[in-house]
Design a protein around this ligand. Sequence first.
Ligand SMILES: C[S@@+](CC[C@H](N)C(=O)[O-])C[C@H]1O[C@@H](n2cnc3c(N)ncnc32)[C@H](O)[C@@H]1O
Length: 441
Amino acid sequence: MSGKIYLVGFGPGAEEHMSYRAKSAISDADIVIGYTTYIKLVKDLLVDKEVIKKGMTEEIDRCIEAYEHAKLGKKVALISSGDIGVYGMAGPTYEVLLKSGWTPDSEISVEVIPGSTALSACASLVGAPLTHDFCSISLSDLLTPWPVISRRLEAAAKADFVIALYNPKSGRRVQQIVEAQRILLNYRSPETPVAIVKSAYRRRQMIQLVRLDQMSDCDIGMLTTVLIGNSSTYVEQGLMITPRGYANKYETLTGETKAGEQAGRSLTMGLEGWESCLRRYLAENPVKTLEKVADYFGVSLGEVLEAVAGGEAGDYKATRITDDKINEVLKQAKNWGKLRGIVRAEAGTVTELFLQADEFKHRGEWLNVENPYFHCHINWENVKAAYFSSREQHSYSVNFIDYLGRLVFRVSLIKQEGQFNPELLAHYHHAWNDLSQKGNQ
Ligand SMILES: C[S@@+](CC[C@H](N)C(=O)[O-])C[C@H]1O[C@@H](n2cnc3c(N)ncnc32)[C@H](O)[C@@H]1O
């Protein structure tokens, strides 16, 4: 018998924010299944319907029950607030169906009906906080381990996303929001605007506009969504705004295109613009290590080296070594005298080793450096690129980089009595010319 399952997202709560299709699906259904609170929210649409209310923990029961009724040829609407596909019942329902052998071309058809999710409903009440890149993270660790959630918070904070926090707090889960605040404050200013919206478009709607360092002290509950601004979000006249970046291209008041920019085209900065910015920074601010530049620009060491390789950067020069010559550089390093090796552990430890290139030995995927004082084992499979880099009269190095642009290993020439030995330096420059993709030393 051909039944139908409607998976209906009915929006934040108020009927006027429900889509036309959501209403017509509920109206077409013989049976409506949902969490007790959701059923109450749409009760006016349920006259003459068979209604099955379920508790919060009975999610899988709701899916199974919907399937059982659909198998009997009924039209069933499984309802959920917001968008049913966002932290909602669409996923579990498909999982139950697929495990039971259902296929999309079987007798029972399934239709997912989208709704306005909490983050857009809440954003609409506080201004325009989501007008640039954003992400959502649920702080519920009932099904997701906390370390996974905390890594996502860390990544989103680092990448300067506007962040919407779903499930920020419940009666029992009170520490997650405190911990989230701690992580975010490592990357964002304490003044970052935060909107805390409770029960959007429902009877007890409440809005608080606060700063990030006040967030965890606020009134937050199960029905709250928290919107955290990025580094350019601001509050004016009680409105939280994240600029789209029009100010980069247009004069805000007149709307005219700024000099050098074109409407409908990428900013003149383009994809490589930041690289010339980095080179100019290096030329104007010589720094001791390229790692410091990477930190300053929030990029990897590999990206710094690629940028330096791309043009004039004052005293700094770099070129990428042709990929199939990465091991050849280790052989040529035998002519560079005593070397300084640098190995960085992820947690921040930096090990400095004094070595000779004839101590390098390849064993399987490992490059071993062995002498009477230490054994160092470098996983050579992690090396995906290598770069010569120099700062005139200060440093002459080769950097071995992994696929994320992180330093695996570096060797540098050593000064003797305050000077680089010209003969050894000549061998180094010879290798640079010989093994580089393009000359720029
Ligand atoms: C299990 S998720 C369900 C999300 C829902 N499917 C959606 O798309 O909005 C529950 C969380 O959604 C957020 N939420 C749902 N309705 C809301 C509303 N009316 N106002 C504020 N937040 C809401 C809260 O963060 C709550 O903890």
